[in-house]
Design a binder for this molecule. Structure first.
Ligand code: SAH
Length: 398
């Protein structure tokens, strides 16, 4: 390590997580900072004895003070580094694309060795989110690398997630390479969805639920389905394609439901009349359905993130319990519940406990038929459990 290079020196013993491959260095692990690194620039991480550990990006505002780019001392963190990692990550997703599948997440942050960087592909459009000071610092190199990936004609930046504020970064959205086609769309398992990277949620679509939509499609045949928190109708179209007799799709966002209706119309083979869109608060509407003694054979519960961090876990637990309890009451005996949590602050074990409590209060039991997780374009790094945000269970009510 050059004495003059900007560096953070860790406290005694705090090198362990770095050596185990964890990509984050928290403020509490840092003993001192050498030099005056600018936000997002590359620093060296050193152990208490001054031994070099890693190249990292400096995030002076965030509690996650440094995010590790590499533990290879011979590597330079430069535009070629980003081009290499992005091309590698995109290459890993190549098998997910064919005539019936035109979208996938190309870069999934820490899991792809690119902390703070998300890239979702919808046809020829790539939507990028830069969520950390380091990612923001290398913006030009990252955008250039994405723009030169095969098949990409437009790069749109959607750096408006709340976590940017924790990094002291302003929102930034807009086309950054090429020009946006008038119709951005995605084929998934042969179904055609419109995607709105500008006004839609996240980057426009919940690609992480691809395998679970396929799962729902496989079991929907002949069933009356309730799709709660339906957004633009991902699970709705999947259920109809799988032969559901009837679907009720609920979301509180009128814009999401309008997109859902458009999506249904784009797929003329699906029975439009078999679905009912309902603009409502799911908590209130499930109660109303229960009071009306409605019943369903298959329910999908895919709520938004109730607990971004563990600090919100208690309130989130109440919310998860409430909707799962109501859903279990609305299911016929033997009915299926696909229930999800995308809260980083609620792990799989806690989620199972919450749903088990809901079943007890609903006066029923249930079996876990299958555990559900994100599709393989959203991998989790083995040594980064924080990345394991989406968990779900397919339950059969007793
Ligand atoms: N299942 C969807 C993604 C769901 S995202 C898919 O596969 O595409 C969560 C959705 O919940 C968002 O569309 C949001 O508008 C909606 N939402 C958030 N709070 C809600 C509430 N209290 N009642 C109804 N919908 C809500």
């Amino acid at each position: 390590m050059q004495a003059s290079a900007p560096a953070v020196v860790l406290k005694e013993g705090r090198e362990r997580s770095v050596l185990q491959g964890h990509p984050w260095v928290f403020s509490g692990a840092i003993d001192r900072v050498l030099g005056e690194p600018a936000p997002g620039t590359t620093i060296s991480v050193a152990d208490a004895g001054g031994g070099w550990l890693a190249h990292a990006a400096w995030s002076p505002v965030s509690q996650i003070r440094a995010r590790i780019w590499s533990r290879d001392p011979t590597l330079r963190i430069d535009a070629a580094f980003f081009r290499g990692r992005i091309q590698h990550a995109a290459g890993l997703r190549a098998p997910l694309f064919d005539d019936a599948h035109t979208g996938a997440r190309l870069v999934h942050g820490e899991a792809d060795g690119l902390p703070g960087i998300i890239v979702d592909r919808y046809g020829s459009v790539a939507v990028v989110q830069l969520l950390s000071a380091g990612a923001d610092h290398w913006r030009t190199a990252i955008v250039d690398a994405i723009a030169t990936l095969p098949g990409i004609e437009c790069v749109y930046e959607r750096s408006d997630a709340d976590v940017r504020a924790l990094e002291g970064l302003p929102e930034r959205v807009g086309v950054v390479a090429g020009s946006m086609p008038s119709d951005v769309s995605l084929r998934e398992d042969g179904l055609d969805y419109r995607v709105d990277p500008v006004g839609g949620q996240k980057t426009g679509f919940y690609l992480d639920q691809r395998d679970n939509r396929r799962q729902v499609r496989a079991i929907a045949g002949g069933r009356r389905v309730l799709n709660a928190f339906c957004y633009s109708g991902g699970f709705t179209l999947a259920a109809l394609a799988g032969g559901a007799t009837h679907v009720v799709s609920i979301d509180s966002s009128g814009e999401a439901l309008a997109m859902g209706a458009q999506n249904l119309a784009r797929n003329p083979a699906l029975p439009v009349a078999a679905n009912k869109w309902i603009e409502a608060d799911v908590f209130a509407h499930l109660r109303q359905l229960r009071n009306e003694a409605a019943s369903f054979d298959l329910i999908v519960l895919d709520p938004p993130k109730f607990a971004p961090t563990a600090a919100h876990a208690e309130g989130a637990a109440r919310a998860y319990k409430d909707i799962n309890l109501l859903a279990l009451k609305l299911l016929v005996p033997g009915g299926l519940l696909a229930t999800f949590s995308c809260s980083g602050g609620v792990n799989a074990e806690l989620f199972q406990k919450i749903v088990a409590g809901a079943a007890v209060d609903a006066g029923t039991g249930a079996q876990i038929v299958r555990r559900l997780g994100p599709s393989p374009d959203h991998p989790v790094a083995l040594n980064f459990p924080e990345g394991d945000y989406l968990k779900g269970m397919l339950l059969r009510k007793n």
